[in-house]
Design a protein around this ligand. Structure first.
Ligand code: XLS
Ligand code: NI
Ligand code: NI
Length: 439
């Protein structure tokens, strides 16, 4: 079989001192950290949409990425089948164990839904064969319910009931494809589920329809015995001004309101957290606190740009904080770290796809080692425990145990007169403490 990246070898681990740009300096899949291999901790996935379908286009010009395999001719389906070989060559050379895709990333739309489904079947057959050949597994499947013009007003929240019907048919098929490929999760990112202006929008009716759609998806998943965790991916804006699934807290409130909370977890994305005015540390901690952390879309935004730039993650503070939450939660479970990230328009050569993933994988491997050292040292946990010590005995323990009403609090404070003292939060000291481990 032709090699599409003839100049790139399988990426080796060479250790922190290596100067080889096509080698890992930290990601050593078999290295054991806290009783588990790096490979099992990190559960990396490559995404199909940015990596294979990304062209580098932006609002000011069409794509300029050099992708020689797309210039070899053939029908749209033949091109799609060739791209599967390209993708698996890249994934196996990186040594990444998982991948993720949307239905429309892998197969072209046909003249009607029937032909579109047949195209998908043909590519799924090939994906399955490549999975068996390489051992690479599907982390999650999903449906693209936003690119085609039929979804101009959204999918399940469209004002047009026929669009809801089409989206249902499409997700039904995508769930079947996920089952065929042994996917262990299925993601619902909001796409165009949201609005720009309330003058033309029945917000409550759209939320009801979104919930109805998810209930129907659960029903169908169960009927075909697909063993996949459903995940909602929050994002506050883009493409719409007000995306319905705005952040972790809003998604969890929505799920509880509509009786969906037991069926879903969250797929959190770093750049979406930033757009929501949060840190990823916040979003992950919030979800993990309620057992709702499902999986991660690992990327980053740009501090100076207000949109979803989907850059590859390289910031060690962020990866360290993320790994602290993941280790604290006892691991990612059936989730993973999916690089929902794209190379810059200016990085248009095929080899840039490798540099990008190598950097992201190394940033998380290093973050894992740092987070593990911080947890082992225990200084942070000890500080937080002591900061809340007033809740462990006396009036604090009584309040937590439900043994104090307002009358008791009043009697307690009248006797005491006032709060005796507060202690410093020591933020700067703790930031310095964390810096001791960043190396
Ligand atoms: C877009 C989302 C999307 C989802 C999958 O902003 O991140 O790529 O991850 O539909
Ligand atoms: Ni994403
Ligand atoms: Ni995104």
């Amino acid at each position: 079989m032709a090699a599409y990246f003839p100049d790139v070898p399988a990426i080796p681990y060479e250790g922190p001192d290596s100067k080889n740009p096509l080698a890992f300096r930290h990601y050593n899949p078999s290295e054991v950290v806290d009783g588990k291999t790096m490979k099992d901790h990190l559960r990396f996935a490559v995404c199909y949409w940015h990596t294979i379908c990304g062209t580098g286009s932006d609002p000011f010009g069409p794509g300029c990425a050099v992708r020689p395999w797309d210039d070899l001719g053939g029908t749209p389906l033949e091109v799609a089948l060739r791209r599967v070989d390209v993708f698996f060559e890249l994934v196996t050379k990186l040594g990444v164990p998982f991948y993720c895709f949307h239905d429309r990333d892998v197969a072209p739309e046909g003249k009607d839904l029937k032909e579109t489904n047949a195209n998908l079947d043909a590519v799924v057959k090939k994906l399955k064969a490549k999975q068996q050949e390489t051992g690479v597994q599907l982390l999650w499947g999903t449906a693209n319910l936003f690119s085609n013009k039929r979804f101009v007003h959204g999918a399940s929240t469209s004002c047009n009931a026929d669009v809801f019907a089409y989206a249902g048919a499409q997700v039904k098929k995508a769930l079947e494809a996920t089952k065929e490929l042994g996917g262990t999760n299925y993601v619902f990112w909001g796409g165009r589920e949201g609005y720009h202006n309330l003058y033309n929008t029945d917000l409550k009716r759209e939320f009801d329809h979104l919930a109805k759609f998810l209930h129907l998806a659960i029903e169908y998943r169960n009927s075909i015995k697909l063993d996949a965790q459903f995940l909602i991916e929050p994002k506050p804006k883009e493409p719409t001004t007000h995306q319905y699934d705005s952040d972790a807290a809003a998604c969890m409130a929505f799920l509880r309101t509509y009786g969906l909370e037991k069926e879903f977890k969250l797929n959190l994305e770093t750049n979406h957290a930033t757009l929501a005015g949060h840190t990823m540390f916040h979003e992950m901690t919030y979800a993990a606190s309620y057992g709702m952390l499902g999986s991660i879309d690992a990327n980053r935004g740009d501090e100076l740009i207000g949109w979803d730039t989907d850059q590859f993650p390289t910031n060690l503070y962020t990866t360290t904080q993320m790994m602290m939450v993941i280790l604290g939660a006892g691991g990612l479970g059936r989730g993973g770290l999916n690089f929902d990230a794209k190379v810059r328009r200016e990085s248009f050569e095929p080899v840039d796809l490798f540099h990008a993933h190598i950097g992201g994988m190394d940033a998380f491997a290093q973050g894992l080692k740092i987070a593990s050292a911080i947890r082992k040292d225990g200084g942070l946990a000890k500080f937080v425990k002591e900061r809340y010590a007033s809740w462990d005995t006396g009036i604090g323990a009584d309040i937590e145990a439900g043994k104090a009403d307002f009358a008791k609090l009043e009697a307690y404070m009248l006797a005491k007169g006032d709060v005796e003292k507060n202690t410093s939060g020591r933020q700067e000291m703790l930031e310095n403490y964390i810096n001791r481990f960043i190396k």
